[in-house]
Design a protein around this ligand. Structure first.
Ligand code: NAI
Ligand code: MG
Length: 354
């Protein structure tokens, strides 16, 4: 009695996904046990090996299999010998769209022992809310006259009232629960149809949140300002493309790609949400046992939070922060700890903080 059980689909995927996933699961199992949770992991060997054997990243009924789960925990996909467009559009994008994971949430925070590349940036603590289902990443368009001098390509961005409104409302609720400041990334001076529409719908949605202060900033100026004054930002809401770029930029100014987490959320909980580190499969270091598992572990903490266990999530975050503060660091952070040594340090802190 009192044990809360969750069925989690696990796709470790390629490269260091195979190293950071077991590390994160070890930490999550420990913290789950201490909080009366039972995480029932369902390992799926989908990804590039599956593609080589069957010509697809996941089985024909793969999305139906995922639908039976409470959450999806993903490592990374991508290998040098398969085009990234296959791995991305064959797995990640179908999951994000089928399960209406319209919010891509990326917390960006300075961590102990992670030195930002820019001097004097001050403590950074912000969240990028990226629209994850529509916008610039559309399949509408085409190419004609291939190989001829007249060749051209057209790709149409798609912004819907429903799509913009729901991500704006999510971001506003998040801002209300944090510092109360919301920045909307726009480019309404250059992109004259979709971006003024984005601005209008965001502004209308914010009418229900008088406690949130909304600022619209042009994406180019916002990118520069994020480098110069990152501490000014709290929650940033952006379209699919702008949010993709801004969240990598924001992640980079805090120190290492290896620590950045993300969640692809279906906020209504009608479908499973998906949790994955921001980094990819890192073929340059795969198999060496040196990958930083923090991005995967932190993504796991976001999963606990989304499954309704904020105390367990905070416990796990405090444990990896304590490990970093104690000086245990992987190579990307200038340390010498292996993936497993760092993971053991986190597990030790999970027990100490219990
Ligand atoms: P990447 O994130 O895999 O690696 C970039 C650099 O950061 C590399 O030098 C790598 O060693 C380092 N790095 C990344 N994660 C690290 C970690 N946890 N610990 C220590 N160092 C780490 O990006 P890259 O090289 O552009 O892409 C490699 C493959 O991953 C490609 O096939 C790409 O498509 C795929 N990819 C997949 C993503 C996903 O599954 N969502 C996201 C980004 C890339
Ligand atoms: Mg990206």
């Amino acid at each position: 009695s009192g044990v809360s059980r969750h069925r989690v689909a696990v796709i470790a995927g390629d490269g260091i996904g195979q190293e950071v996933m077991p590390a994160a699961i070890d930490c999550l199992d420990l913290v789950a046990g201490l909080h009366g949770l039972d995480l029932d992991w369902h390992h799926l060997d989908w990804g590039s090996d599956h593609y080589r054997a069957h010509g697809r990243m996941l089985p024909v009924d793969g999305l139906d299999i995922l639908a039976e789960h409470d959450a999806i925990f993903l490592g990374a996909v991508g290998v040098p010998d398969i085009p990234d467009v296959e791995t991305l559009w064959g797995l990640l994008i179908p999951i994000r769209r089928r399960f209406e994971q319209y919010v891509n949430l990326r917390p960006v925070r300075t961590l102990p022992g992670v030195r930002p590349p820019l001097a004097d940036s001050g403590p950074i603590d912000l969240v990028v809310v990226r629209e994850n289902n529509e916008g610039e990443y559309s399949e509408i368009g085409g190419r004609m006259y291939r190989g001829l001098p007249e060749e051209f390509a057209v790709q149409e961005a798609v912004f819907t009232r429903r799509g913009v409104e729901r991500v704006a409302r999510y971001a506003a609720r998040l801002a209300a629960s944090r510092g109360g400041r919301l920045t909307s990334a726009t480019k309404s001076n250059g992109i004259v149809h979709t971006m003024p529409f984005w601005d209008e719908v965001v502004r209308e949605a914010l009418a229900d949140f008088p406690e949130v202060e909304l600022r619209s900033e042009l994406i180019d100026a916002l990118a520069a300002s994020l480098v110069l004054h990152p501490a000014r930002y709290d929650v940033i809401v952006a379209s699919n493309l702008f949010g993709d770029i801004l969240s990598d930029l924001a992640g980079a100014i805090t120190g290492s790609i290896g620590v950045a987490p993300s969640a692809n959320l279906n906020p209504e909980g009608r479908h499973p949400s998906m949790f994955e580190p921001v980094h990819g499969s890192a073929p340059d270091i795969a198999g060496q046992g040196v990958a930083n598992p923090v991005g995967q572990i932190w993504s796991g903490a976001m999963m606990l939070d989304a499954l309704g266990h904020p105390a367990a999530a905070a416990h796990l975050v405090a444990a990896f922060e304590a490990a970093l503060a104690g000086g245990t660091r992987t190579r990307d952070l200038g340390g010498r700890a292996s993936t497993t040594a760092f993971t053991e340090a986190v597990r030790g802190h999970v027990e100490d903080l219990a």
